[in-house]
Design a protein. Sequence first.
Length: 146
Amino acid sequence: MSTQSRAVVRCGFSRCRLNQFVTRNQRCRRCTRPLSLADPTPEKPKFGFHIAMKIAYLRQHRRVKFRNRMTLWAIENGKKIPSLVTLEQVADASGVGMKTLLDDSFPVFLLDPLTLAVQPLVKSLNLEARESILKTLKALANGRIK
């Protein structure tokens, strides 16, 4: 049998709503109406996903306090699109500009305090020292060094 023949679907008829495997004739086992094989609830695109990631990062790593936690939760989970006023409040509370918050190309990890502190130091290191530091960081991340 193919994988599509084992797909689970729900009958679209309002009185039936039987969850079942797709049959060969693609009809409901209870009411014999045709089954709709298309997904009835397509996933909605998450608008402002990069903004939500940045807000979550700022809240967790910069300890940003925001008076309405439910609003932040809804934005971070893609349930709500933030207004400009909300974005301004988040930007002010976290100490980053609106441009940084709205810029798609800005990598969120660059907001990390450790990354900000290390950036000027890395420029003065030679290639050998950089590779040594990278090797040590990888070992730390994998738990080989404590």
